[in-house]
Design a protein around this ligand. Structure first.
Ligand code: SAH
Length: 238
């Protein structure tokens, strides 16, 4: 019996190894479908967001075993208990901050580097802070290999990146319990920040914060979302 099970396992393994990995053109086709069905068919209309998401090879940003799922309509694990956001959420956040080419953008939560690559593909100058050194190192190597110019720093994103401030836009890709005051300070007058904010675990509102030309701050909630938590310094404990 055991022998039969073992033979079965070996046969399955052999079959799995014999299956060819998807070709580059298969990924490109999956990406085009993702842009058409998950983004353009919903409310993503900024041509630069659509072009960037059509260009950035999302499958390069997920673990090899999950590449076949890279263009599906959901988030995926990227190791260290973290996730790469659903494509639609990446597009929605990239569109909401209304970037102009050459804008200086701060991202908090580099993760896989995918959101940073999309912003770079839109022509932004991207600075990204990640608190887990292993993820920062992997993302840095990946972005370099793929040719995206993104500055990455290991640190607590609650502190922002004061040496490079101010920023025209700030995207926070982990859920805060309250908006980090240092990030508000580092937003340029006229700038936009998008940040998931919530008091309960895994239940947040995506909030768009605008700083007027005179420095007046206004904010409004855009939709309910679920993100991994923003940890560190200024965040009150649950
Ligand atoms: N934008 C990423 C996904 C982010 S997941 C992508 O495109 O793949 C959220 C990330 O925020 C995780 O990598 C997590 O380690 C990081 N993070 C959590 N708290 C942080 C903090 N205080 N400062 C910087 N990064 C933080």
């Amino acid at each position: 019996m055991l022998k039969r099970v073992l033979v079965g396992c070996v046969a399955l393994l052999a079959l799995a190894l014999a299956l060819p990995a998807p070709a580059a053109e298969d990924y490109a086709a999956a990406r085009q479908l993702m842009v058409a069905r998950q983004l353009a068919a919903r409310d993503i209309s900024d041509p630069r967001v659509l072009a960037a998401m059509d260009q950035v090879p999302r499958h390069e940003f997920v673990p090899p075993a999950l590449r076949g799922q890279a263009y599906r309509d959901h988030p995926l694990p990227i190791g260290q208990g973290q996730t790469i956001s659903q494509p639609y959420i990446v597009a929605f956040m990239s569109q909401a901050v209304k970037l102009k080419p050459g804008d200086k953008v701060l991202e908090i939560g580099t993760g896989s580097g995918y959101q940073a690559a999309v912003l770079a593909a839109m022509g932004a100058k991207v600075y990204s802070v990640e608190i887990i050194p292993e993820l920062a190192a992997q993302a840095e190597a990946r972005l370099k290999r793929l040719g995206y110019a993104v500055q990455i720093r290991v640190g607590d994103g609650n502190q922002g990146w004061p040496q490079e401030a101010p920023f025209e836009a700030i995207l926070v890709t982990a859920a805060a319990r309250r908006i980090p005051p240092k990030l508000l300070e580092q937003l340029k007058p006229g700038g936009r920040m998008i940040i998931p904010v919530g008091s309960g675990p895994w239940s947040e509102e995506l909030v768009l914060v605008k700083k007027g030309p005179g420095g007046k701050v206004t904010s409004h909630s855009l939709m309910a979302v679920r993100f991994v938590p923003l940890v560190g310094g200024d965040q009150p404990k649950p």
